[in-house]
Design a protein around this ligand. Sequence first.
Ligand SMILES: [Zn+2]
Length: 594
Amino acid sequence: MNQYILLIFLTLITFIIPLETINISNYDYPHPNKEEENEYTISVINTGDFHGYFFAKEHKDIRTHESYNQGGAELLSTYINILKEEWKEKIMWLDAGDISSGGLEGRLSEGQIFIDFFNYHNLTAMTLGNHEFNYNREYIHQLMRTSKFDFLIGNIYNKTAGKKLFLPNQKISNIYQIGEVKIGVIGLTTVKIYHQHHYDFPELEFYDYRDIILEESSKLKNLGANAIILLGHFGLKCYNNLKLYEDKEKLKLRKKSDIQCPCENYENLKSVLESLPEGTIDAFIGGHLHMNTHHWINNIACSTTNGSNYFNVLYFKFDKNKQNNKINYILKDIQIEGPIPICSKIYDKALHCNLIENLKEINYTLGKLTYFTFHNQLIKSDISIIKRNNHWHDLIIESKKTIGYNYFLQKRNFKQESNLLNLIVDILKNYSKADFSILNANNIRKNLQPGVINYLNLYQLSPFDNLLCTFEMTGEEIIKMFGDLANDKMVYMVSGLKTYYTKSDNKFVKLLIYDNDITKCKEIDMNKNYIIATYDYLIDGNMEFQKVFKWYKRRKVKCSKLGTEIIYEAIKKIKYIGKDKYINKTNPRINWID
Ligand SMILES: [Zn+2]
């Protein structure tokens, strides 16, 4: 084809709006034009839990193999532009944290890709999530130092420095002029950080929420705040049956007068919100649990989002009245629009674009994939955001080079042997030449989808930069360790061992050891020293290993290479994982007995 014709053709395609679209915001969403005379409304965007996913995730419709994109900043940017165009100076944007861990681009750029995006769109403030503590001090300092916005976090205490404020751009709370009103925001993070994550911050303590909220709220009121928001890296889970859950997942404008379903008291948050004197805070904006909630507790409008795949917008309506030549703004109502799906196409019946791995697992109609409009504008990737990040985008393209193929959905099972996990523990054992290796399904964060295998999807299986580590234990210690590791939520996957548990209550019974051939097992020698391979996450004392380290002092610990690199090199040679290739049905590794 003539080059010019091709160019014209390509230009046309870019600008043609798809004929078949669906309007997902066909409800009466607030708009500045709809305001009444004595009314003043501002909009507040709530995002959170980007988890390293800056570029959209590529999914396929399981039925038609039609591809589409979900989540990430490149799509979200388009929604933000739409809202900014509508609300001009009457908009603020709060992010609930956890930009780290997950997407490869987040890791490669050390989180900078998000700081740049937030700076570009004038994010008002964010708080730190627990995953921001996954790396080291310098990582957090660099994130905060390069931001043009505030990091609001009031419940960390540095014992060594004797200070609450010790990080760059850190504040406990701040007041922001949004159009004609002043909005106070208090920032907090989950008190669970320390138990779940890093060990590189022994000087930090995390304080409970209630006293800080009360103290900061009264400060902000004295400074003239017209409304107060709690921004927290913690969340709510509010539904108690599937029907309510489905309702929670459909985009709507939500009001205080709506039927409110019950919330779980996760991390005591519900009790804290219930216990606050009326008017202490007006809204809570959170994340962390990856749950969409839009809920009113003790007259507080609560909004949390599900990862980078959805977001919410809160609308604060004020009564504007003049008294003695002074205009007063009294908050009269908050409405929440959400959950707004971040998608390049959506299923026209389900109104979301979540990855469906198995049609049998859903009990509603998906409909067909279609383009859609939000606030009457078509949603597509913001090309300027990709261009700004060409460098990282090129690296992601590079990481998509095919090294193998997988024809079947490879699940990370928790309580039964998984083909994928068996393969991974085999790879770790072979590489480290350990006597055996162990991992649990929590070390692998998702299932491996059918299709090509590349560095990117292997990285995403285990995005925490886990290192392969080996350590030494006697046979006697190994038996004791397996007793401690046994629990009713999951079973540890093994290579080089045959393990036995009770069918009725998941108690560890015994184990046998083998080298390469599972049919040639022998008893473990109680006095002999064995070398065990696993990930640093476990040998650092996380999960059930907390119990083990109460009696076991680590010996001969050696940590070598990134787990993902080792798996990548091995799969490059294997090329094809196959179905149940690593599960021996007649001679299982994990055995259940009466
Ligand atoms: Zn979190």
